[in-house]
Design a protein. Sequence first.
Length: 460
Amino acid sequence: MADDHEAPEPEHEDDAPRLSFVADALRAPAVGKRHDVPLRALTATFVDPELEREFQLDHHPQIRRFTSLSVTVSLVAFLAYGLHDALVIPSVLGRALVIRYGVFVPFAAFIIPFVFRNRSPRLHQPAMLAFGLAVNVVVLWIGAISPPAGFFIYTGYAVVFVTLGGFIARMGVAWQLAYTAISVALYHVFDQLLAHQIPTVRLSITMTLVTLGGIGAIAAYQLEAQARRAFLQRRIIRDQMDDLDAERRVADSLLRNVLPETIAKRLKVSDEAIADGHREATVLFSDIVGFTELSAKLSPAELVGHLDDIFSRFDDIAGALKLEKIKTIGDAYMVVGGVPVRREDHAAAVCEMALRMQEAIAKMPPVAGTTLSVRIGVHSGPVVAGVIGKKKFIYDVWGDTVNTASRMESHGVPGEIQVSERVQELVRDQFVLEERGMIEVKGKGQLRTFLLRGRSVDGT
C-alpha cells in the first residue's frame, strides 16, 4: 500500500458488490415501448380481448360523461318537439302527443337515471340502442299516422337519428348497424300496419335509411378506431412515464450509491460546487496485511472475489454505524465519521467500526493458506469534504487530518488499530487504549500514538 494518502486518485470509485447493481441498471426497461396492436377490420375493436376489456374500462367513463350530456339534451329537445307536432300535423295532434309523451316519457324516466348511473361498459351499448330505437319508434309511428307531408318529415327524422346514432349515443359499429337494421324493420312494420305507402316510396325510404345508416356506421368506425388509437397513445405515454420513473429511480440509486444521500440531494437541485468545512471529524484508513503478495497467488477472479467479500463486510459495518465510506484504493479502505452529517460521537463510532473490522477479518477463513489481518489507522480533526469530477462523481475529504490518519495506518502495526493522541482524548472513557509511545511519522515528526485494544466495560 502507498504511504501517502494525500489527494489520491482512486483506481475504482466503488467495489465489486456494486457491479451487479450497475448490471441491473443497464438492464432497466428502455423508454418508449412500441404498441403495434391490430384492430378488427369490420368493428375497429382490438383483436386482443384483454386489451379490449382494458380499453372499455378506461374509455367508458369518458363515454358516460359524453352520453349523459348528449342524451339529456336530446331528450329535452325531443320532448319539446310537441310544439312542432302542433304545427306540422294538427289533424293527428292528439294521437301524436299521446305517442310522444305517453309512450316515450316512461321510457325517458327510465333511461336518464340509467345513463347517469350506469358504470358497466357492457350495458352502455344496449342502453344506447334501446334509446335510439325508442326515439325512432315514436317518429316512425307518428309519421305512419300522419298525412303525406308529415309522413315524409317524420320518416326523415328517423333517417337523421339513424345517421347520428354513432355521434349522439356513441354506438359501436355493430350496434350502429343493428340500430339501422331494426329501424328499417320498424319502418316496414309501421308502413304495413298504418301508412300503406306505394312501393317506390317504400323502396326510396328504405334505401335512404340503409345508406345514411351505413354512413353512420362508417362514422362510428372512425370514432371507435380514433378512440382506440388515443387509448394506445395514452398507454405509450403512461409506459414512457413509468419507464422514466424507473430509470430515474435507478439513477437516484446509483447516485446515492456513489454519494452520501444528503450530498446526492444537493447535487440534484443545484449545479454549484459542493465543498463543506467540518471542524471535527474522524478518518479511518485500513490496509489488508500482505494482500499485495497474496494477489500474486490468485487469479483475477479470485482476487476480486475476496476483495468483494471483505469490503462487503466492511460496508455492512459502516452502514450499521451510519458512517460514510469514502472510497477503496486497491486493498485499502477509507471511511469517515461526522461527515457529511455532523455527529458528536464520530470518534467513538469510527473506533467501534475499527474493532468490528478486526473481528470480521478474524472470522474469515485463510486465503491461499494465508490468514488475513488488517492494519488500521485513525485520526480526528478538521476536514474539507466535497464532490469532485464531472463525468465520474466522487465524494472525498481532504486536509491534514486525512494525511495524519493515513500515516497512522501506514506507520502502524500489522493486525493492530493505531490511533492518534486526539482520538485517544475523545474516546478514552469508552475504549481500552494502550500507549505505543512516540513514533517518527513521515512529514509530521514525532507523534504520540495509541493502540486500540477493545471496548471499556462500564466506562472503566
